[in-house]
Design a protein around this ligand. Structure first.
Ligand code: GLA
Length: 370
């Protein structure tokens, strides 16, 4: 063990194996493990190879139950310095019935982050999913726009007030833009159908007022698709013109083949041209590019493909380090991912840097080797 460590230290001192090429120099000269044995000998984790003052915060979405599991807690503390609630800050969790707020689960994550010096991204104040029906009803019939907006303002005010100074960035509105070529806003949203785009503007106005120090984000998927990107840009511009938005949340539900460098660069360039920050908010890299791909075990071939994709994505993230300030994964390790049931129910996926036993995969070693 000791000999391995010494060799390993010498490799680090003489800089072998980490030619930075045309990448900007890095301030830290940490020894970076290249295999599981070395990984087990060092305390550092992902966040340490991407110091936030040089690169970005590294986050993960979690459920509060993870904080009852000592193995997961140790793992979270090692690798991440930012947390997102995977579900427990959504409207249906926080205010399932009118006026009755359930804070316990969200508090648990926020308190853990506070105790461990981690940031929290708030996810999400206004979304068409996981929003209880009562918001849109008044005595059994569709509620008026006035009532719906009033409820929205109250929800945002209660939630942001509680976590003021503890949640540093909020996904104020999630997924309002349509995927269809002919529609600007999504049509299957009760927010949109009852309030029109005013719900978006009002959500951001309320958020800005309640916590002027919080960073406000618009968050969406298919964010590199050219048509959708341009629509998102138009919305962001409108918000930015009123000084209502600080950043774009790119969900980053990507796969081993896509998106291409060209599309990612075009999206980063377009969003950052507004002078706003970029957060990658829900990163996972599916091993299945298509919904017709059949379930596979995690073969060497897939591991290699995924390693190449992760290395490609992180190289881009590093080259946009002045604009990207947070990269958050939508989970911890391959033992649990929403992609096991999306878009195909029951098709096991392996989208993370860590396997089902929380051990680092080839992709992990690839993204810390720069
Ligand atoms: C979207 C939402 C997330 C989450 C994922 C799927 O991306 O923003 O909150 O629900 O879908 O898990």
């Amino acid at each position: 063990m000791r000999i391995v460590f010494i060799i390993f230290l010498l490799l680090g001192i003489f800089g072998c194996g980490s030619d930075e090429g045309n990448e900007p120099e890095i301030a830290d000269k940490q020894v970076r493990p290249k295999n599981i044995e070395q990984y087990n000998l060092v305390p550092e984790g992902l966040k340490d190879y991407y110091p936030h003052n040089i690169y970005f915060n590294i986050g993960a979405a979690i459920e509060p139950q993870s904080l009852d599991n000592i193995r997961e807690v140790t793992f979270i503390k090692r690798h991440f310095n930012s947390l997102t609630a995977e579900n427990v800050m959504k409207w249906s969790s926080l205010q399932p019935t009118e006026g009755n707020f359930n804070w316990a689960n969200a508090d648990k994550i926020v308190n853990f982050a506070q105790e461990n010096g981690m940031k929290v991204r708030g996810h999400t104040l206004v979304w068409h999913n996981q929003a209880p029906n009562w918001i849109f009803l008044d005595n059994g019939v569709t509620a008026s726009k006035t009532l719906v907006l009033q409820r929205m303002r109250k929800h945002i005010t209660e939630v942001m007030t509680r976590y003021k100074g503890k949640v540093y960035a909020w996904d104020v509105v999630n997924e309002a833009i349509s995927d269809n070529f002919n529609d600007f806003y999504r049509t299957d949203s009760k927010w949109q159908n009852i309030c029109g785009e005013d719900f978006i503007l009002e959500a951001f106005r309320t958020a800005r007022q309640v916590d002027p120090n919080a960073k406000l984000f618009y968050n969406d998927y298919a964010e590199t698709n050219a048509t959708k990107r341009d629509k998102i840009f138009t919305l962001l511009k409108k918000l930015k013109d009123e000084n209502l938005v600080d950043g774009m949340g790119l969900q980053g539900h990507w796969n081993v083949d896509a998106p291409s460098n060209e599309l990612i660069i075009a999206a980063f360039d377009k969003y950052k041209s507004l002078g706003i920050e970029l957060h990658i908010t829900e990163l996972d890299v599916s091993v299945y590019p298509s919904s017709s791909d059949v379930q596979s075990s995690y073969t060497q071939e897939l591991a290699d493909k995924q390693m190449i994709a992760y290395a490609r994505f992180f190289k881009l993230f590093r080259s946009y380090k002045s604009n990207i300030t947070n990269v958050t994964f939508w989970g911890l390790a391959d033992n649990k991912t929403w992609l096991d049931n999306h878009p195909v129910i029951g098709r096991k996926n392996y989208p993370f840097l860590f396997d089902t036993s929380f051990n680092p995969k080839k992709a992990y070693f690839a993204i810390i080797d720069f």
